[in-house]
Design a protein around this ligand. Structure first.
Ligand code: HEC
Ligand code: HEC
Ligand code: HEC
Ligand code: HEC
Ligand code: HEC
Ligand code: HEC
Ligand code: HEC
Ligand code: HEC
Length: 504
């Protein structure tokens, strides 16, 4: 490989005056054309793991890796995106269900084998035929195409994300504004224009990594492995080329990259071709121990946008990789706490606590850990104080991945959520800082003597109102406050999440 490149460069030097452009391209390792050089076909293929041709799909991997395949087959990753016609894919009720919303109605029906969502308001009627599902457990959204011949509008070829989702914890159908905190203006009956393929499948399906590199360099988006690759930029685009997808859900090669050469006997590695030269290890055995690489694999997708605290802590899930990267724990990896093949966080608490004490060994001693936590905290775990439940998940509040000690005075001064007061809701900032032996900040944006639970419940930030409602609902202090006021909140997602908190 190296020899072939030197040769190519030398030939270029000689021919420089004649074919400058062509030689610049082939001398650039990132733009190595598979047809240059004199290596055998197998050796040429070894050099690549990012083009469509390099991908072989999960079933081929499964022939030699039955164990990983079995775990992955039951994982949420596998079913993240599915075609509507796949058996078992659709979990929503399409048996003639109706949801009144905002002066109109949404209908969910079957027509033959098709799933149909019809949105009707004030004489307009738009029908969508469902083509795909997104999500499977906590929430399922739908992608569809507008029916040709629909009276409400012209036939529209693009597949778009539909405005109603199936939300089991909520009791069934719900409009996007109920589960999505982003949407200020939402009109469920206006025709959807944004093609689904511009966002969702980038994190919910498997496709050649070349597309990710190109998109990240052309448009400046992405936080994962693609950031470790330097290449010449190029024809990146917002819309994923769906016909080049390897699988509709997330499969082996989303994380391991194209495995054709490996299946033919070559070693496999996490990094895209060309990145290993950037001072990072090239062998799988070393890569799996390197946090920047493992977390970079997951950060391709677990790095979503979110409302954040002033120190960057996310208040919405899917941003786990960015939060972890901002944590003080050097070289901590997602795989310290999660099995990437099972990919189901429920049940990983014990593994997470074991990871803490594996690195922070002095606290593996039960007596020292008790002393560290202080009186009253026999039932509190490391996670309760260092990874509190302040993140809006799919259908419940979940732990932050921003590991920290609850001692950041700047956050206290602005009344941000903190680990201590998510339990001690009735207490004030000053009480907490006293207990921690810290001096209260001289200037603060809040009343330092007010109960933090009450401040959050009445905060101008909807995210804090929901958070406090959930924290109270799980606490014996719930009976001292009126949580039902959240049901009349002006923000739809606060109302929906209050309903979830009060009727779990
Ligand atoms: C023809 C059989 C075969 C197929 C197909 C196959 N592998 Fe492997 N794989 C192996 C063998 C044998 C090893 C252990 C030897 C080695 O390290 O190369 C291995 C090792 C691995 C390792 C660990 C590498 C290491 O260095 O420890 C990973 C990861 C892996 N395979 C992933 C995959 C993925 C993903 C696919 C599908 C894209 C796949 N394999 C397809 C045979 C196969
Ligand atoms: C930046 C990556 C990213 C993008 C883009 C993205 N998602 Fe997600 N999505 C995630 C991650 C990560 C999760 C897992 C959330 C978690 O458990 O933390 C998720 C979870 C979901 C779920 C819930 C899954 C379940 O089984 O409960 C739905 C539904 C969903 N996404 C819909 C969408 C839709 C619709 C789009 C496009 C508008 C989209 N996502 C775009 C990363 C992304
Ligand atoms: C979500 C990302 C992801 C997916 C999907 C995924 N893997 Fe992995 N795989 C990893 C990571 C990360 C490791 C390293 C795990 C570690 O070090 O704890 C790994 C390790 C492996 C290993 C080495 C196991 C060992 O213990 O030595 C094999 C083999 C493997 N994967 C095969 C597969 C196959 C086959 C599939 C699809 C059926 C698959 N993986 C899907 C991320 C993934
Ligand atoms: C191609 C995008 C993608 C990659 C790469 C990826 N994930 Fe995911 N992951 C998702 C999406 C989307 C979901 C949503 C599944 C759900 O919650 O139903 C998810 C779900 C999960 C969950 C389960 C969440 C729950 O609700 O229980 C865990 C844990 C997880 N991923 C860990 C990882 C780890 C660790 C890695 C890296 C080794 C990784 N993921 C790589 C997209 C990805
Ligand atoms: C891979 C090893 C590793 C794991 C796993 C790990 N940590 Fe750490 N952690 C570190 C290192 C290294 C530091 C930095 C040590 C230092 O600065 O003295 C650190 C720092 C910290 C700090 C200090 C914060 C500060 O502001 O000074 C806290 C708190 C912490 N870890 C808590 C935890 C908790 C809780 C867990 C489990 C959820 C955990 N860690 C898991 C390695 C780890
Ligand atoms: C009741 C809350 C509470 C619990 C439970 C708790 N911690 Fe802490 N931890 C704190 C506080 C508060 C600090 C900051 C102390 C300071 O800076 O004086 C801290 C500091 C730390 C630090 C950094 C300073 C140091 O002492 O090295 C680490 C590491 C740490 N905790 C790990 C853990 C681990 C591991 C567990 C579980 C075994 C745990 N903590 C359980 C409240 C807690
Ligand atoms: C120190 C342990 C630890 C590390 C490291 C860790 N996680 Fe987690 N993660 C957890 C725990 C514990 C939960 C369960 C939180 C809950 O149920 O409230 C969780 C939950 C999740 C969820 C589900 C969130 C949801 O909304 O249900 C996802 C997705 C996830 N982790 C992905 C990742 C990714 C990606 C990484 C690496 C960037 C990572 N985790 C690193 C401990 C960890
Ligand atoms: C998981 C919930 C939880 C978390 C997190 C938590 N506490 Fe507690 N704390 C309790 C409970 C329960 C008690 C015992 C009953 C009581 O006094 O309210 C207690 C007791 C106390 C006491 C009285 C102890 C005594 O003298 O009897 C203080 C002071 C205290 N906590 C401070 C803190 C501080 C500071 C933090 C953050 C570092 C914190 N707590 C985090 C639940 C929690």
């Amino acid at each position: 490989m190296r020899r072939a490149r030197l040769l190519a460069t030398a030939t270029c030097a000689l021919a420089a005056l004649i074919v400058v452009v062509a030689c610049t391209r082939s001398a650039d390792p990132e733009h190595h054309d598979a047809s240059t050089g004199s290596a055998s076909p197998a050796a040429r293929v070894t050099a690549w793991n990012t083009r469509r041709i390099d991908y072989i799909g999960p079933d081929a991997c499964g022939e030699c890796h039955a164990d990983e395949y079995a775990r992955w087959s039951k994982s949420l990753h596998r079913v993240m995106n599915a075609r509507a016609e796949t058996a078992g894919a659709v979990i929503g009720d399409f048996a003639n269900a109706t949801l009144p919303w905002d002066g109109g109605e949404a209908h969910f029906t079957r027509e033959g084998s098709a799933y149909v969502m019809t949105l009707a308001k004030a004489g307009t009627r738009v029908r969508y035929r469902v083509t795909r599902t997104i999500g499977h457990r906590g929430l399922q959204e739908y992608v569809g195409v507008q029916d040709a011949g629909a009276p409400g509008g012209k036939a529209h070829g693009d597949e778009v994300r539909l405005p109603f989702g199936w939300w089991p914890a909520y009791g069934g159908w719900a409009p996007q504004v109920a589960f999505d905190p982003w949407l200020d203006a939402f009109d469920a009956y206006a025709p959807v224009r944004e093609p689904w393929a511009e966002r969702c499948p980038w994190c919910h399906s498997t496709y050649p990594f070349d597309q990710r590199i190109a998109r990240s360099q052309a448009l400046g988006v992405g936080h994962g492995l693609e950031q470790l690759v330097a290449s010449g930029g190029g024809a990146g685009r917002e819309r994923l080329a769906i016909d080049a997808q390897v699988t509709t859900g997330i499969s082996c090669e989303s994380c391991h990259l194209g495995g054709r050469a490996h299946a033919e006997g070559a070693a496999i590695q996490f990094l895209p071709h060309g990145a290993a030269s950037a001072g990072l290890p090239a062998a799988f055995a070393d890569q799996r121990k390197t946090a920047a690489i493992v977390n970079g694999v997951c950060a391709q997708c677990h790095s979503g946008p979110s409302p954040r605290l002033s120190d960057g802590t996310a208040l919405r899930n899917s941003s786990e990789a960015l939060d972890l990267a901002a944590s003080p724990c050097t070289n901590i990896k997602c795989t310290d706490c999660h099995d990437p093949h099972r990919a189901d966080a429920r049940g990983d608490e014990a593994r997470a606590v074991a990871a803490c004490t594996h690195c922070h060994q002095q606290l593996a001693d039960a007596a020292l850990a008790r002393a560290h936590a202080g009186p009253g905290h026999e039932a509190a775990s490391c996670l309760d104080c260092h990874m509190p439940k302040i993140v809006l998940g799919i259908d419940r509040f979940v732990r932050t991945h921003r590991i920290s000690a609850p001692t950041n005075l700047a956050l206290y001064a602005e009344g941000a959520p903190n680990a201590c007061n998510t339990c001690h809701l009735d207490r004030s900032t000053r009480w907490t800082l006293d207990a921690l032996g810290l001096r209260a900040p001289a200037r603060a944006g809040i009343d330092l003597d007010a109960s933090l639970g009450e401040l959050w419940l009445t905060s101008p930030r909807p995210a804090l109102r929901v958070l406090a409602t959930w924290a109270y609902a799980a606490s014996p202090l719930a009976r001292y406050v009126d949580l039902k006021r959240g049901l009349a909140d002006p923000v739809p997602y606060v109302r929906a999440w209050t309903k979830l908190a009060l009727h779990p």
